[in-house]
Design a protein around this ligand. Sequence first.
Ligand SMILES: [Zn+2]
Ligand SMILES: [Zn+2]
Length: 149
Amino acid sequence: MSVTGGCRCGAVRYELALHHLPPVYCCHCRDCQTWTGAAFSQQAVLRESDFALTAGRPALFELTNPSGSISRQYVCGNCHTRLYNTNSARHGLVVVRAGALDASDALLAVLHIWVKRKQPWLELPEGVPSFEESAPAEAFLNLVMGERR
Ligand SMILES: [Zn+2]
Ligand SMILES: [Zn+2]
């Protein structure tokens, strides 16, 4: 079994070399709200070697973060669905926009970050770690990657 996903129009498809859906983290920051047009973004962190495009060639949008790292955002060039990104500061990892996974109705959120920007009507479940801003790198990778680290 593998985990698959793709854009809204179907031009770009990908496959993850995993037996189960990866856990996701939710980011409630303003950039994510702007970028998704939604209350928060959902992301899964993958090893680059566990991610493979199976159809299409995504378009690239590159930007430099305030920290100086370069973020490469891959979208479908046809329907403009945001699909995944890489970051020069996190070599070897791919961050997948989990809402574009085919089984996005079965995702499990294991972490919430930037909850100080959270929509006020949204209540987070008890027992799921959450941080006012970003999570410390160690905690972040342990929660979202676990034994895949
Ligand atoms: Zn598309
Ligand atoms: Zn964010």
